[in-house]
Design a protein around this ligand. Structure first.
Ligand code: COA
Length: 616
């Protein structure tokens, strides 16, 4: 409405009046209207329509006048933020022993992290790699990504998914997912690793693909599928076929994403059998690689068994057949390299209008990120003040704290991460009644101002039991306040990132935007522990019908061991309860990257749901 009123009133002014007054009016107007507008998209729309009006009214006026005016305002605005107070991040000498203990624990966790990463990077092992490259003449999945993406610095998601599961070890769940840039556009990719059991789909592979699609939907990112898969892993068919969030959901999502104007491009760069054949056929545009790409509902062995006929994969469902006869694909490529070039060309036809690349100016934190290893708590009792961590993550260690003196077991405030403004909600003790109310208020504030939220989670390992009536009353009040915070977090209409820096325990973790509260991204530090309660804090094992719960020693021991094993960050990441483990010293970079990625959706085409692109 403001847009229309402004444009109309400007139209009524005569050109001579406009040209004489425009220089005076513009800065004044911009200042008022900047106060008025909350989001930059509105500013841009208004700016454009004003430019159009002025172009017609004052032909001599240069249309870049407004961008210039905004740019200078923005620069000045940016300078003001440098006045946020600087945090004191020096580690008190009384805390040195805790720091040392944490450091030792972090080093052990990082050692495990590195060993696992090394294992995962080998995919299905040496023999499978030889079969893939020598016999089947295919590129390895990471080589494919290198050719497809603008550069190698992509954000890989959940590389430890599939590690040590009850049904075996499935390196990276047999499928690499992540976010990288193609032709300057951030894209989600899903690429089968056919060295892992022919790229067949395990239950964890389905979960990983669904998560990648969810990220694409939530952040409105175009998706690229590199398909090289023998379809369902048959021995586990019951765990990946029939249910709502099993295999078919991937195809359902493809249609829904297309209807939401989230484009999807596929490359058939290997065998795509059965379920594997639907994925590329349902994509909006598909490329197939000659000689190595094939698609069929049942392969040559099944044809032989059913009809006695001998047929080659090429004749049954090769590149020529699908591009010339069936129409299941749209582009024929004579090599993998050509196929990835074709994908890049397709992306150039998506009609994206991205703003020029922003070069944000920012200061590094004043304290070393390496020291985060000594601040990553090995247990709740080894937690140091959260501001010591914050001062190593945020630009210039500058923090505009909100309600500094109230509910101090939760720290809330504004800061910048590589130039991006972010609202931070960080545990600094138990989520008390006051802390929860403060959290609710702050989350709503960020939602109101369209500022992304970053949750630094380190929740209490168990709920303390009330020992008096007044304490019980206190607990009830706390419950009510935590419920309010949960509602505020669930409904905050801004992107959210959760980083578990210590414990992710029990109900408090929901209010701190745990997985079920749908953060856009959730990462863990390697020292993180995820469980309903901390095994180190249980002293009794409740038995059925045992009124006083004195416990049974062997039961308690078993429960503690089980909890201990299931609490590790690696156990969580293997099951895709998160988007991956990141090293504390890389956190700032990863979070800033996520903030950049999440910003892209602001500039995309209208999101109104319509019809998907249907292959004819
Ligand atoms: N379920 C379970 N295991 C499968 C499988 C499936 N659908 N497809 C392949 N595998 C296994 C193979 O048994 C083999 O296991 P091994 O390494 O323990 O020997 C491994 O995956 C690799 O298969 P292989 O055929 O040697 O490799 P390849 O790269 O030359 O060929 C395929 C891969 C996928 C093209 C081929 O195995 C194939 O056509 N599989 C059948 C696909 C199918 O019919 N799917 C229907 C699913 S509903």
């Amino acid at each position: 409405m403001w847009n229309n009123i402004t444009a109309c009133s400007l139209w009524r002014l005569s050109p001579s009046f406009m040209s004489s007054r425009i220089q005076i009016l513009t800065p004044l107007f911009i200042r008022n209207y900047k106060d008025f507008c909350k989001d930059r998209q509105t500013i841009w729309t208004l700016q454009n329509s004003l430019c159009q009006v002025m172009k017609k009214t004052v032909p001599t006026l240069k249309c870049n006048m407004f961008p210039h005016c905004f740019a200078s305002n923005k620069a000045r605005y940016g300078q003001y933020t440098k006045t946020f107070p600087v945090l004191d991040g020096s580690i008190p000498s009384v805390c040195e022993h805790v720091f040392e203990e944490n450091l030792r624990n972090s080093e052990a966790c990082i050692q495990r992290y590195s060993e696992l990463l090394c294992k995962v990077s080998k995919g299905g092992g040496e023999n499978a790699i030889l079969r893939h490259t020598q016999r089947n003449k295919k590129l390895l999945v990471r080589e494919r990504l290198k050719m497809l993406l603008d550069d190698e610095t992509f954000l890989e998601l959940s590389p430890f998914a599939g590690f040590d599961l009850p049904y075996g070890n499935v390196p990276a769940a047999g499928c690499l997912t992540g976010i990288g840039k193609i032709c300057g556009v951030w894209c989600v990719f899903m690429a089968n690793d056919a060295t892992v059991k022919g790229g067949t789909i395990y239950p964890i592979s389905v979960k990983k693909q669904l998560r990648a699609q969810h990220i694409a939907i939530q952040n409105r990112l175009l998706s690229v599928y590199l398909v090289d898969s023998g379809g369902a892993f048959l021995p586990l068919q019951a765990e990946l076929f029939p249910d709502q969030s099993h295999g078919g959901r991937v195809f359902y999502n493809e249609a829904i994403m297309s209807a939401m104007k989230i484009p999807q491009v596929a490359v058939v760069c290997g065998s795509c059998t059965a379920g594997g054949a639907y994925l590329p056929t349902m994509a909006e545009e598909t490329v197939i690689v000659d000689k190595i790409g094939s698609m069929f509902l049942a392969g040559p062995p099944l044809v032989k068994a059913a009809t006695g006929e001998d047929i080659s994969p090429e004749d049954l469902g090769g590149a020529s057949m699908h591009s010339k006869v069936s129409g299941c694909v749209d582009h024929f490529a004579s090599s993998e390299k050509e196929a990835f070039e074709c994908v890049r060309n397709i992306i150039l036809t998506l009609n994206y209008e991205l703003p020029p690349e922003e070069t944000l100016e920012y200061d590094d934190p004043l304290y070393s990120a390496e020291e985060l290893l000594g601040l990553a708590p090995r247990g709740y009792n080894y937690t140091l003040h959260i501001k010591l961590i914050l001062s190593r993550l945020i630009d210039g260690s500058r923090f505009q704290e909100f309600k500094a003196e109230y509910g101090t077991t939760l720290v809330t405030g504004f800061a910048h991460m590589e130039g991006h403004l972010v609202g931070i909600v960080a545990n600094n003790g138990e989520l008390t009644h006051d802390a929860s109310l403060k959290g609710s208020h702050f989350v709503q504030l960020c939602s109101q101002r369209s500022i992304p939220l970053l949750f630094l989670q380190n929740t209490a390992p168990h709920a303390s039991e009330p020992t008096s009536l007044s304490q019980a009353e206190d607990h009830t009040n706390r419950l009510k306040a935590q419920a309010s915070m949960m509602a505020a977090v669930a409904c905050a209409a801004v992107p959210k990132i959760t980083l578990v820096i210590g414990g992710c325990y029990g109900n408090e973790s929901y209010a701190m935007c745990g997985r079920s509260f749908d953060p856009n991204f959730l990462f863990l530090w390697p020292n993180a522990r995820v469980a309903l309660v901390d095994s180190r804090h249980i002293s009794t094992f409740p038995q059925a019908g045992d009124d006083d719960c004195t416990g049974d020693d062997s039961g308690l021991k078993y429960l503690k061991e089980k909890l201990d094993e299931e609490s590790s960050a690696f156990h969580s990441s293997a099951r895709l309860w998160d988007d991956g483990i990141i090293l504390p010293q890389n956190s700032r970079k990863v979070i800033a990257q996520c903030l950049t990625i999440m910003k892209q959706q602001k500039y995309q085409i209208a999101s109104r749901q319509q019809y998907p692109v249907i292959r004819m």
